[in-house]
Write a protein that binds this ligand. Structure first.
Ligand SMILES: CCCCCCCC/C=C\CCCCCCCCCCCC(=O)SCCNC(=O)CCNC(=O)[C@H](O)C(C)(C)COP(=O)(O)OP(=O)(O)OC[C@H]1O[C@@H](n2cnc3c(N)ncnc32)[C@H](O)[C@@H]1OP(=O)(O)O
Ligand SMILES: Cc1cc2nc3c(=O)[nH]c(=O)nc-3n(C[C@H](O)[C@H](O)[C@H](O)COP(=O)(O)OP(=O)(O)OC[C@H]3O[C@@H](n4cnc5c(N)ncnc54)[C@H](O)[C@@H]3O)c2cc1C
Length: 572
């Protein structure tokens, strides 16, 4: 299982991508040659795929690996400024090897992107090897602990056996042997699956800090003449934080599901059964985008709910945000991932269901929706009765919203084609709808998994409070996306009003258990690293102590007085 480090580290890519890529794509001989020294940190590697000119568009990557049969070597080369590898973590100063993704050329033909193990620094002196220009890309928004780097390869030669050949191969005479499936060389599904769990952890940390602080912070007056209340008693504060708390639980369950699904399907793939790879790709891409976008926004809600002290690094919330926010970009930019899920899975499944195919997995509801379309619509045509208490009926509502938005996107493509647009243009002119369809699909999956999880809870009290959280998560999502439900005829305005009223009731119901629910994440003070989120709630004394330790307070009179203020004063 992936133990997520608390803070980004230079070895993250070695552990999180270099080793797993060897595991997934190296031959037994290559495992012997590379995995063992890599496991012992003799070899320290990174995953060098992105270039200055391309990160998303893999087929546009320019680095070349040309096979030279006369020497049994590949020649790795960066032909243009835009082909310089750019961003890989640990590349700048830490790694002595890189898995380089390059366009494979052999016998005069290009066979697309393949993975090559390239030594980049001397194993003893750590000096860059001949033909290797490597360094750090400079300061970033955050991730300052990680030396994200650049790598320019100038006709660097590596042995034939340094191409990862578990799937595709190049024979000594240069003959290319295709992989059993072209999709196997994409990779990245492992980390995308793990990032879903990182979203849950980031939410758990953020709402633990914000809810604990909101229980010890007293401010303003609720009733004249009475003591200042805990800010957690304000309905607006509950409305900010309790949905985040519910999402933290929801994403924890989704993260577990994603990890289990990855393990199950990657086991099938290792056994030669690739049939589930499309579902794994679509699920990991969609849920990675859905959960990181939601968590990214929620961390900021938690920070701002702590007022001024939330902006202090003593709260830990700025660091949590800065370290988490790149998950929306790396490992597959979120919009692109949402489009992948829609275009390569949902619309394809919709079309299969429309011709009567029985679908399996997370899209099986599209078969039900297709069958529904063939049945005569009820005369009323109105929205079904809405229960703000029955979780299963809410799951069904999310399912119908997803089916409706997938159908809307598929029909948009059809309409664009009928207007005479090309396939590519039709898809591009429907991409907003495609992203909405993916978002709705992922939202349905999250709500369904949350409710499914409740069936596994035996303790009645725990089940009751988790059911309240699940209700709040589902109803808040319904309120936030009421336009979708109204547009699909799944909700009426009076029902939307009832949803808002029910949310207020749930906030009140959760208030007594809020602190216990964040304590249940069991995040100790060291892991939280937050003065505001301390388990003992002793915030003010520790905030004062934290400030006193600030480097600026090492001297009573800072040198800037003598260097700048005093001379300035004498010139005035
Ligand atoms: C021993 C092991 C020890 C492990 C220990 C673990 C402990 C961990 C401890 C610490 C680790 C910390 C965690 C790590 C921290 C990580 C830090 C940051 C890392 C960031 C790294 C990166 O960012 S790497 C670069 C990421 N880049 C991308 O993701 C690129 C995104 N772009 C794409 O994926 C592609 O361009 C595209 C899919 C968007 C389009 O590609 P293309 O045009 O070629 O494809 P098509 O759309 O035409 O689709 C063709 C066909 O392929 C299917 N497909 C596409 N992608 C995949 C895939 N990834 N997997 C499977 N299948 C795929 C697609 O569905 C299509 O199928 P059809 O059937 O033809 O429809
Ligand atoms: C902190 C950090 C660490 C990283 N670590 C690594 C690493 O270790 N190894 C590595 O190889 N890479 C790494 N990356 C690079 C990362 O994978 C890429 O930045 C990411 O894949 C996005 O690609 P890009 O930067 O080219 O953005 P672009 O794809 O240029 O995105 C820019 C905009 O264009 C839009 N766009 C692009 N294509 C489409 C499309 N087809 N349809 C609609 N909109 C589109 C996007 O939605 C986005 O809004 C890292 C990046 C960061 C920020």
């Amino acid at each position: 299982s992936c133990v997520h480090p608390d803070r980004p580290e230079p070895l993250d890519l070695h552990l999180g991508m270099f080793l797993p890529t060897l595991l997934n794509q190296a031959t037994p001989e290559q495992m012997e040659r590379f995995f063992t020294p890599a496991w012992n940190l003799r070899i320290i590697g990174t995953y060098a795929q992105t270039e200055m000119g391309h990160g998303t568009h893999l087929r546009g990557l320019e680095t070349t690996a040309t096979f030279d049969p006369s020497t049994q070597e590949f020649v790795l080369h960066s032909p243009t400024i835009s082909s310089i590898k750019w961003w890989p973590g640990g590349l700048g100063k830490t790694s002595n090897h890189a898995i380089v993704l390059a366009q494979l050329h052999t016998q005069g033909r290009c066979h697309g992107l393949h993975a090559f193990i390239v030594p980049i620094r001397d194993m003893d002196t750590h000096v860059p090897l001949p033909g290797v220009v490597v360094g750090d890309i400079g300061p970033k928004f955050g991730f300052s602990e990680v030396d994200n780097g650049f790598l320019k390869l100038e006709h660097v030669r590596i042995p034939l056996d340094n191409m990862l050949m578990k799937f595709a191969k190049v024979e000594p005479d240069g003959t290319y042997v295709k992989p059993p499936s072209a999709k196997l060389t994409y990779g990245m599904v492992f980390i995308r699956s793990m990032i879903v769990g990182q979203s849950a952890l980031a939410l758990a940390k953020s709402c633990t800090i914000a809810i604990r602080y909101s229980a010890v912070r007293h401010q303003s007056e609720l009733r004249p003449g009475e003591p200042e209340p805990q800010i957690l008693n304000y309905q607006t504060q509950q409305h900010k934080l309790f949905p985040v708390l519910a999402a933290a639980y929801a994403f924890t369950f989704v993260g577990q599901y994603m990890k289990d699904t990855y393990r199950r399907i990657s086991g099938d793939i290792h056994a030669g059964d690739y049939s589930q790879l499309p579902e794994l790709h679509a699920l990991s891409a969609g849920l990675k985008a859905f959960t990181t976008w939601a968590a990214n926004a929620a961390i900021e809600v938690c920070r701002m709910s702590c007022g001024g002290h939330g902006y202090s690094r003593s709260s830990a919330l700025p660091d949590i945000y800065v370290e988490f926010t790149p998950t929306c970009t790396y490992e597959g930019e979120n919009t692109v991932m949402m489009l992948q899920t829609a275009s390569r899975y949902l619309v394809k499944s919709y079309r299969q269901a429309s011709v009567g195919q029985r679908l399996q997995g997370s899209v099986s509801y599209l078969s039900e929706a297709a069958a529904q379309r063939l049945r005569p619509r009820p005369v009323s045509g109105g929205a079904a009765p809405l229960s703000t208490q029955d979780l299963l009926s809410l799951v069904h509502l999310y399912q119908r919203r997803a089916a409706s938005l997938v159908e809307l996107a598929a029909k948009s493509i059809q309409q664009e084609l009928q207007r005479g647009r090309s396939q590519e243009e039709a898809w591009n002119h429907s991409s907003i709808d495609l992203v909405r369809a993916s978002d709705a699909h992922c939202h349905f999956v999250v709500v369904k998994l949350f409710v499914d999880k409740l069936e596994q809870v035996d303790d009645a009290a725990v089940k009751a409070v988790l059911s309240t959280l699940a209700l709040l998560y589902a109803l808040k999502g319904l309120a936030d996306n009421s336009g979708d439900f109204l547009q699909a005829g799944l909700l009426t305005v009076p029902q939307a009003t009832r949803v808002s009223a029910r949310i207020k009731e749930l906030l009140e119901e959760l208030r007594p258990d809020a602190v216990a629910l964040v304590d249940a994440f069991d995040l100790n003070d060291r892991k939280l690293n937050s003065v505001l989120g301390r388990y003992d709630g002793n915030v003010y004394e520790h905030l004062y102590e934290w400030a006193r330790q600030s480097p600026l307070n090492a001297t009573e009179v800072h040198e800037s007085f003598h260097k700048y203020l005093k001379p300035l004063r004498s010139r005035l």
